[in-house]
Design a protein. Sequence first.
Length: 276
Amino acid sequence: MTKGTSMLKPACQTYTWEMLGDAFEGGPDDLLASIGAAGYKGIEITDTMIGTYAGRPAAFAEALAQNGLVLVAFACGSASGFTEKAALAGDLAMVERALAFTAAFPGAVLSLGSATVMSPGPREEKFAAAARFYNAAGEAGRRHGVTVAFHPSSHHDTLLETRADYDRIMELTDPALIGWVPDTGHILRGRQDILDTLESYSDRIRYLHLKDVDAAGRWAMLGAGACDIPAVIATVAKAPNFNGWLVVEEESEEAGRDPAAAVARNRRMLKDVVGV
């Protein structure tokens, strides 16, 4: 079913603060307060930023409600990059813990980070290991009643950057088990035809990460770069399994100087440009 504008919902990702590293001295309550005050309806929080709420879903649900927010997704990564065969059991144990937390929030997605090359070895073996992990995580999600999706990135040593990379991981993973969180900034940094990629794998889309880059691939404030945001949203809105959430993830230098102001500006931009 195609989602009209009334079905779209604005959310914010907490990596905007996480990227500051030790310069961010706050905690998860500060994130919720800033995101709620900016007018977002949902949040995607990472395992790094969940802080004292780790393993305490009831307490986190109360904090969300106090700020007028719902949990859109819980995002998790691993030092293995999900490409080390020897780490599979440990990574799946992490997934089980994350699913137990995420299951407390109806409709929330478990988002798994981009497969990353962490050691020498044939590239095809890395793809096989990543696919084995993603499929097994999806099977675990089915048991918990939680949707699981992967989030490709263009960061250093990523396995999932170009269109050929996307084609390969999509081929190796089961669409009935594992979905996809497309990230506009990372797709553009991979020099892909973004609308064609979104259309080609529309059935895998679960929700959308909105991020912008300039012509050189540098992070830009949402709407100030090369991403055709209205066209992207119109394309994703047609995806059959898209849940309506537009998650803004801001990584620009401006956001690094003042994350709360940057995400508030992005919220106004969504209202002005797409009416969400």
